[in-house]
Design a protein around this ligand. Structure first.
Ligand code: NAD
Ligand code: UD9
Length: 430
């Protein structure tokens, strides 16, 4: 087993560090944010991910995962820092990656290997990370140390199992780098580990995986809009279509959220002008909130003076992450032009009389969340925007008693339509 320094202890770095520790490595977990390291030492993981807290605490208690305040020298460096995207410039912010590369270079020894896991534009490991690490360390990649990209593909909500079971792609800047990285991942990964021609291919593969999913959801969303024009239930049609052995259409919804699918396709455009379908798919997915508003207008005629309860501001079911969330986008759209009843002094979402927000998985105080009863009381419609398990348990008879008008828009297709209709609801679904 080896020593490993993990850079960045967030959604990806933390479970990776704990997984490496669980498989016998001596792991140093470093995060640039002292609040993160302090809370971790107190056993507070701060992420709503099933089983993660216990997994991390076990790793720390075993003595194999040490949370450190400074980057430590180690045989392997695994970089899991953020790569945010600037909507205006359409460029990713690679400053965190650059900072981590400098930190790696400052402690790197001959024979060590650095692996970048962050999602990056093709070419980043070879053209951006390599010169920084070499410049800082005075060592030469390939000759003196290993350098590789190994993208992460875990699905939020099932991170620990996916970390163990998913196949991995490793792209080294040379064969020795790839071999060294594979040797690390095969100590815990049960899936197949494939090596690519180089790190740029590995970076590209990660991006086209998420782009494929984004484009496929866009097709499902477009089908939903077309089906609506024909008065057809898109979900029934998709189920029938998918009975064909070579058709596998995804599910429509209120749009695509999270901080991967709405962003990663744009990374492909950093070094290429050939994107055509990709921006169109992005526009289709972003346009779904407008379609949800149209469905609401079908039910309520005019939204002016009406109260809508938005159920689900997490970006998808059973997670607490609200980044790029369609539910939040709907809230903003509905609040647009409304006078706040409680202004947001904390920079969060203002409370407006016409929009109530409920989400049992989200605890963000700036969102002014309400419980089910408060949210629906006096409401003219409920809109389901995340497929949380709790929402399938909602009792339409009880809700109807509290609401001003019994209307519901189910953007995730999770409600039992017959039951809600029998309870007197006028139902629309995406
Ligand atoms: N979350 C996912 O589902 C997912 C899946 C696959 C890939 N990714 C990619 O993995 C990368 C990390 O994502 P995440 O979700 O873990 O982000 P995150 O924001 O949850 O965590 C990143 C952590 O890195 C720390 N950090 C920032 N700069 C640092 C530095 N120079 N040195 C050490 N620590 C530093 C931050 O304080 C933060 O705690 C991103 O590129 C992301 O696109 C994420
Ligand atoms: C290729 C792939 O699988 N990548 C995964 C993805 O993780 P994710 O959590 O972002 O992915 P999804 O679960 O697909 O959700 C995204 C949004 O799409 C909506 N959606 C989904 C399916 C559907 O049929 N109809 C929809 O409308 C859903 O509601 C939500 O808003 O990126 C991570 C980071 O790179 C990867 O690590 C992870 O492997």
């Amino acid at each position: 087993m080896s020593s490993v320094c993990v850079h960045g202890l967030g959604y990806i770095g933390l479970p990776t560090a704990a997984m490496l520790a669980a498989h016998g490595h001596d792991v140093y977990g470093y995060d640039a944010d002292p609040v993160v390291t302090r809370e971790l030492r107190d056993g507070d993981v701060g992420l709503d991910e099933p089983g993660l807290e216990a997994f991390v605490v076990r790793a720390m208690e075993s003595g194999r995962l040490e949370i450190v305040d400074d980057v430590a020298a180690a045989a392997y460096h695994v970089i899991c820092v953020p790569t945010p995207f600037d909507e205006e410039t359409r460029q990713p912010d690679l400053d965190y990656v650059a900072a981590a590369a400098r930190a790696v270079g400052s402690v790197l020894r001959a024979g060590d290997t650095a692996v970048l896991e962050s999602t990056v534009p093709p070419g980043t490991t070879a053209r951006h990370v390599r010169p920084i690490v070499e410049g800082e360390s005075g060592l030469v990649a390939g000759r003196d140390f290993g350098l590789a990209h190994c993208p992460e593909t875990v699905l939020p909500g099932d991170v620990i199992a996916e970390l163990r079971e998913n196949d991995r792609i490793v792209g080294g800047i040379d064969e020795r780098s790839a071999t060294a990285a594979v040797e690390l991942y095969e100590t815990f990964a049960e899936g197949e580990i494939r090596t690519t021609a180089g790190p740029t291919t590995a970076e590209f593969v990660k991006l086209i995986q998420n782009t494929a999913r984004d484009v496929e959801v866009a097709l499902a969303n477009e089908i939903a809009r077309i089906a609506h024009d024909y008065g057809i239930d898109s979900r029934e049609a998709i189920e029938m279509a998918n009975a064909h052995p070579r058709v596998d259409i995804l599910q429509p919804g209120p749009g695509v959220g999270g901080h991967c699918l709405p962003i990663d396709p744009w990374f492909l455009g950093v070094g290429s002008d050939a994107l055509d379908l990709v921006p169109t798919a992005r526009a289709v997915n972003n346009g779904m909130i407008g379609f949800v508003v149209e469905l609401l207008e079908e039910l309520l005629a005019d939204l002016d003076g009406k109260r809508v309860a938005v159920f689900g501001v997490a970006y998808k079911g059973n997670v607490d992450d609200t980044r790029m969330s369609p539910g939040l986008e709907l809230v903003r759209e509905l609040q647009h032009g409304q006078k706040p009843s409680t202004p947001a002094t904390d920079g969060g979402t203002p409370e407006t009389p016409g929009v109530a927000i409920h989400d049992p998985h989200v605890a963000d105080p700036t969102l002014r969340l309400q419980d089910v009863d408060d949210a629906v009381t006096g409401a003219d419609a409920v809109v389901i925007t995340a497929d949380h398990d709790e929402f399938t348990e909602l009792d339409p008879d009880r809700l109807r008693g509290l609401m001003a008008e019994p209307n519901v828009v189910d953007t995730k297709g999770i409600l039992d339509l017959d039951r809600w209709r029998t309870a007197g609801f006028d139902v629309r679904r995406v």
